[in-house]
Design a protein around this ligand. Structure first.
Ligand SMILES: NC(=O)c1ccc[n+]([C@@H]2O[C@H](COP(=O)([O-])OP(=O)(O)OC[C@H]3O[C@@H](n4cnc5c(N)ncnc54)[C@H](OP(=O)(O)O)[C@@H]3O)[C@@H](O)[C@H]2O)c1
Length: 382
């Protein structure tokens, strides 16, 4: 189907941009719409609402001690006019969740302890006193890591998702992470045809889209990822030109082989030693897109900057950070460009879907162990 601006306006909340950005980013056609729109299960006062609470801020790597798991009956639900009760069906897993657990940074607002872990996803309306959100409709960006949330539908700027649209697409190919890749690559990296682009976290939700956009723009693309399987996917499915498996290969040496004349654009998702290795190999007038530093989020230490600032001066390198919500005005054109590439078959992606509400903390961990590919989602059993 064709997305009109009006539909996209409906799909993505202006107010909860960041929650939407938390929701995911690569593209996929999963056929999940059937399960996301499964017949509404009855909700009674005895229905259990499971919740994951942020008990304490993690000092370094997050552990189960930082969470509290609760099960509470919903009790009698007496919705006020305008309110809806939603059941959360699909959760998006995002590194920003971990940043928010530590108190936040920039536009990622810190999560208060003692409250439900915040996170984006798809929710089904199960009770409604709001004509805009009929029972059975789906919406995004409401609530957090719990089964059920009561929301004031009058205050939600996002409407229900249009019928017939796979919500997984809205969490992946048209979602916040794909938009992030688009903005970072087209507005900051700006690769020219024939230039050499390196992307770290290349098989991830943002990274795999960033790789493909650079390829579509005519660049030669090298992706850095952990493990042979991810590197094979990058070559065969995302059709980039070369890979570096940072877990088994020396990044600095491989870079010299791939980029004897230097790297023109580096799209950095990870920071740390990988960032240092690539920055050391930048070409004159290179551009470094600072998208995130996932290697540091679970370490308790801030990501260090590059060690040779004079090298950056003398090579006249541009390094620029950015946050997607600052580019809201570009949203419609960004989504339209991604949609066009998807329809043309130029942009493909993978979604890694785990199961079971109780597995939310363990699934978040996979972002840091790397034991997943593409956009990581969790389908609830509520
Ligand atoms: N600026 C913005 O507006 C914005 C918006 C969204 C996301 N982001 C950032 O974009 C980056 C990617 O986010 P995402 O949602 O797409 O996550 P993701 O890449 O799908 O998942 C994280 C990946 O990071 C890699 N990784 C984890 N620890 C690492 C380490 N120590 N060293 C190297 N690689 C490591 C792992 O892949 P491997 O197995 O390959 O190592 C893992 O799969 C994050 O830094 C995130 O904060 C920024």
């Amino acid at each position: 189907m064709t997305f009109t601006n009006e539909m996209i306006e409906n799909e993505i909340s202006r107010r909860s941009v960041l929650q939407y950005a938390l929701a995911g980013g690569v593209m996929a056609s999963t056929g999940l719409i059937g399960s996301a729109m499964a017949a509404t299960k009855p909700v009674t006062a005895k229905t259990i609402n499971r919740q994951w609470i942020l008990k304490s801020r993690p000092a370094a790597a997050i552990s189960m001690d930082n969470y509290e798991y609760r099960e509470t009956p919903l009790g009698e639900i007496n919705l006020k006019d305008g309110e809806i009760l939603v059941r959360h069906t699909i959760f998006g897993m995002a590194p920003a969740t971990r940043v928010a657990m530590s108190g936040g940074s920039g536009l990622t607002v810190g999560m208060p302890t003692g409250q439900i872990v915040r996170g984006g996803g798809v929710s089904e309306v199960v009770m409604s006193k709001n004509k805009r959100f009929p029972v059975g409709s789906l919406t995004m960006g409401v609530g957090g890591w719990e089964d059920y949330t009561i929301a004031d539908g009058e205050k939600l700027t996002q409407g229900p998702l249009p019928k017939g649209v796979d919500p997984i697409d809205l969490m992946s190919v048209l979602g916040g992470n794909a938009q992030t890749a688009y903005i970072g690559m087209t507005k900051i990296g700006e690769p020219k045809p024939g230039e050499l682009v390196v992307v770290s976290g290349a098989s991830g939700s943002v990274g795999s889209v960033a790789c493909q956009i650079a390829r579509i723009m005519g660049a030669k693309v090298i992706g850095i990822a952990g493990g042979a399987a991810k590197c094979e996917t990058l070559m065969k499915e995302y059709k980039i030109h070369g890979t570096i498996d940072y877990k088994s290969e020396k990044v600095s040496e491989k870079l010299k082989q791939f980029a004897p004349d230097g790297v023109n654009v580096y799209y950095d998702n990870v920071g740390g030693t990988i960032m240092q290795d690539v920055v050391d190999q930048m070409a004159h007038h290179g551009r470094v897109v600072l998208c995130g530093t996932v290697s540091s989020y679970n370490s308790g230490n801030p990501a260090p900057g590059p060690r040779d600032m004079l090298g950056i001066v003398t090579k006249e390198i541009k390094m620029q950070g950015f946050e997607l919500p600052s580019y809201m005005k570009e949203r419609d054109t960004t989504v339209a460009a991604l949609k066009k590439w998807k329809d043309e078959g130029k942009l493909i992606g993978k979604v890694d879907i785990r199961e079971g509400f109780k597995n939310l903390p363990a699934t978040l961990e996979l972002l840091f162990s790397g034991d997943k590919e593409g956009t990581l989602l969790l389908r609830s059993d509520a």
